[in-house]
Design a protein around this ligand. Structure first.
Ligand code: UDP
Length: 345
């Protein structure tokens, strides 16, 4: 098939592209390299079944041409990561809402199957465990910038269902804390990448708050497999899926595990949220997906154990980012936030 992957130079996008190229497809990527990196697709440049366009999904004439010529669209381009969104909410809202509007407008025009990437952030601070796709969602006030990301992704989902209502074959994936090779070592949007870099540099590992908050970390191979199954399973059309592992890990335990696997002597320190995000910040304490729908309809289940996925991720970081490229003192990579106290469990 001819397949367009928007955001195909990003962390999830480029891993998805690799899997699709391996499966024999012809791949088109639109990515403006805002957080995506050319290094993620460097090995594919020149490949006869790979075509890369460095541009924004907001470029309507471009998207029109690209979508007209493909059979299937995976729409992953977005401003992602709570930190980026908190830093520049306007850019986040524009890209995440208008970008999806452009993509769906064109897939509707040319009647192309579409998979929309959404996020577990859409559940907000819902305390339901586990989170089912149709559960109520819970958000803080609009004065808290963090929630604009969830709102934008929720609007994307509403757009998708509005087009489903018109018969367009659309599916949605809600990713749960994906991690693996090609994460940004700065760790924006990924605590795992950040802890690995801190541990490798022997810097304090910055556990926010009491470290008892938890996430379900999902290895990239699982994230990609769930995405492809969503785009290829006929019964997935018109459906929304949690794509992730349902094994819950406390952030404090994660910090220890990464420190041990890296073989680091970093201290583990507690950092209050207000030191990082200011006073006006709200956090989601637990986020566990109900994975039964993906299991039933897609026959998908995350398979990679955390220890195994962390080992592969650390190995990739060591090869792609030798320590001298992560030199302490580089303010963009190291010494992320001022710790307040050392905590050891
Ligand atoms: N976190 C942390 N220290 C950090 C960065 C993140 O303790 O330096 C915690 C954060 O509070 C959250 C979890 O790790 O509970 C996951 O954060 P991430 O930014 O990876 O993803 P998200 O919050 O979007 O799930």
């Amino acid at each position: 098939m001819k397949i367009l992957v928007t955001g195909g130079a990003g962390y999830i996008g480029s891993n998805l592209v690799d899997a699709l190229i391996s499966a024999g497809h012809e791949i088109f990527v639109v990515d403006n390299l805002s957080t995506g990196k050319i290094a993620n697709v460097q090995h594919l440049l020149g490949h006869e079944r790979f075509h890369f366009v460095n541009d924004t999904i907001l470029n309507e004439p471009l998207m029109d041409r690209m979508i007209a010529q493909v059979d299937l669209v995976y729409h992953l381009a977005a401003v992602v990561g709570v930190k980026y969104v908190v830093e520049d909410p306007l850019n986040g809202i524009n890209t995440n809402v208008t970008g999806t509007e452009v993509v769906l407008g064109k897939t509707y025009k040319y009647w192309k199957r579409t998979v929309i990437a959404s996020s577990s952030e859409v559940y907000g601070k819902s305390t339901a465990v586990p989170l089912k796709e149709e559960d109520d969602r819970l958000f803080g006030p609009t004065t808290v910038a963090r929630w604009s990301y969830a709102m934008a992704k929720a609007i994307d989902e509403h757009f998708a269902f509005a087009y489903t209502n018109k018969g367009l074959p659309v599916s949605i994936v809600r990713y749960f804390n994906s991690y693996g090779p090609r994460l940004d070592p700065k760790g924006y949007g990924s605590v795992i990448a950040k802890f690995i870099t801190q541990a490798r540099l022997g810097q304090p590992i910055t556990v926010f708050d009491d470290g008892q908050q938890s996430r379900c970390f999902t290895y990239i191979d699982d994230t990609v497999r769930g995405t492809i199954l969503t785009g290829t399973t006929p019964e997935a059309v018109g459906q929304l899926f949690n794509i992730g592992s349902n094994r819950e890990t406390r952030i404090m335990d994660l910090a220890q595990m990464i420190r041990d696997l890296v073989g680091s002597d970093s201290k583990i320190v507690a950092v209050p949220y207000c030191n990082v995000f200011g006073e006006n910040f709200e956090e989601t304490r637990r986020r566990v997906p109900d994975v039964s729908r993906a299991a039933e309809i897609l026959t998908f289940r995350a398979e990679t154990r955390l220890e195994e996925g962390l080992k592969k991720t650390i190995a990739w970081f060591q090869q792609a980012w030798p320590r001298h490229k992560l030199a302490p003192g580089r303010s963009d990579l190291a010494g992320f936030f001022e710790p307040s106290e050392q905590i050891e469990p």
